[in-house]
Design a protein around this ligand. Structure first.
Ligand code: ADP
Ligand code: MG
Length: 256
C-alpha cells in the first residue's frame, strides 16, 4: 500500500519540484519504491528526472482524462531509480476538459489506486496554483508536504493553502493532513532565515520537519543534466539533506 504525498504551495519558485525530484531520489536510495507524478504542465519534474517532456507517448494528461492507464504512461528515471508519470504543457488543457467529466476531482486518485501495490511512496509535484489539478492531487493524497523559504513573505498565502487543505479534508478526502512544513533554500548566515525558521517552529511545532534543506548550487545545477541533485553530487550538502529528509519520511509513515 503506497503512501501518497502532495508537494504543494501555491507560490511558484519555492522549491516544490526540487523537493519532489530529490525526495524521490533520496527515497530510492533508501530502497523505497517510488512513483513521482508530475502534475504541473511546466513538466519540470519530468525533465529533472531525465525524461524528455517533448516526446511522451502518454502522460498525466491522458491518465486524468481516462485515455491511458498509469502503467502505459509511466517511465523509469534511470538516474533516479524511480518511476515517473510525466507531464508537459498538454496538461494545461486538462484543467478545462475535466470540468465536463464525472468525479473530476478524484480522477488522479482512481488512476493511482490501480498501481498502489507497486510503490511504497507516490509523490505528486503540484503546480503553483490552487487549481483543479492541485485539487486532484489533494484528493488523492494522504498528506501534504509544504516547502517554504524562510523569508519575510513566506507565511503570506500559507493560510490560503491551509484553508484549502481543511476544506478538502472536510468535504472530499478525510485522509488528508498536513504532514509538515519543509524549510528549503535555507541560508544559516541570514538572521532573517533564523528568525522566520524559529517563528515557524513556534507556530507549527511538530508540523515542521526536522530536516532543513540548505541553499546549495548543486541542487540548482542538476536539472540541466536531467539528473536529480541527490544523484548528481551525492556528497553535496543539498543531496545529503534530501537523503536525510527521505529517512525522516520513512520514519514518519511508520506512524501513519
Ligand atoms: P517550484 O517547483 O516551487 O516552482 P523549484 O523547485 O523549481 O520551485 O525551484 C525554483 C528555483 O530554485 C529553481 O531554479 C531551483 O533550481 C532553485 N532551487 C530550489 N531549491 C534550491 C536549493 N535548496 N538550493 C539552491 N537552489 C534551489
Ligand atoms: Mg515546479
Amino acid at each position: 500500500m503506497a503512501k501518497i504525498f502532495c508537494v504543494a504551495n501555491q507560490k511558484g519558485g519555492v522549491g516544490k519540484t526540487t523537493t519532489s525530484v530529490n525526495l524521490a531520489a533520496g527515497l530510492a536510495k533508501l530502497e523505497q519504491r517510488v512513483l513521482l507524478v508530475d502534475l504541473d504542465p511546466q513538466g519540470n519534474a519530468t525533465m529533472g528526472a531525465g525524461i524528455n517532456k517533448a516526446s511522451l507517448n502518454a502522460s498525466t494528461y491522458q491518465v486524468l482524462l481516462g485515455e491511458a492507464e498509469v502503467p502505459e504512461a509511466r517511465q523509469r528515471s534511470e538516474a533516479g531509480r524511480f518511476d515517473v508519470l510525466p507531464a508537459n504543457r498538454e496538461l494545461a488543457g486538462a484543467e478545462v476538459e475535466m470540468v465536463e467529466l464525472d468525479n473530476r476531482e478524484r480522477r488522479l486518485k482512481h488512476a493511482l489506486a490501480k498501481v498502489d501495490a507497486d510503490y511504497d511512496f507516490i509523490l505528486v509535484d503540484c503546480p503553483p496554483a490552487l487549481s483543479m489539478l492541485t485539487l486532484n492531487g489533494l484528493c488523492a493524497a494522504h498528506g501534504v508536504i509544504i516547502p517554504m523559504q524562510c523569508e519575510y513573505y513566506a507565511l503570506e498565502g500559507l493560510s490560503d493553502l491551509v484553508n484549502t487543505i481543511k476544506k478538502v479534508h472536510a468535504n472530499l478526502n478525510t485522509d488528508l493532513k498536513i504532514i509538515g512544513l519543509l524549510r528549503v533554500m535555507f541560508d544559516p548566515r541570514m538572521t532573517l532565515s533564523q528568525q522566520v525558521s524559529a517563528q515557524l517552529e513556534q507556530h507549527f511545532g511538530g508540523k515542521v520537519f526536522k530536516t532543513i534543506i540548505p541553499r546549495n548550487v548543486r541542487l540548482a545545477e542538476a536539472p540541466s543534466y536531467g539528473v536529480p541533485g541527490v544523484v548528481f553530487d551525492p556528497s553535496s550538502k543539498g543531496a545529503q539533506a534530501y537523503i536525510a529528509f527521505g529517512a525522516e519520511m520513512v520514519e514518519r509513515i511508520k506512524t501513519m
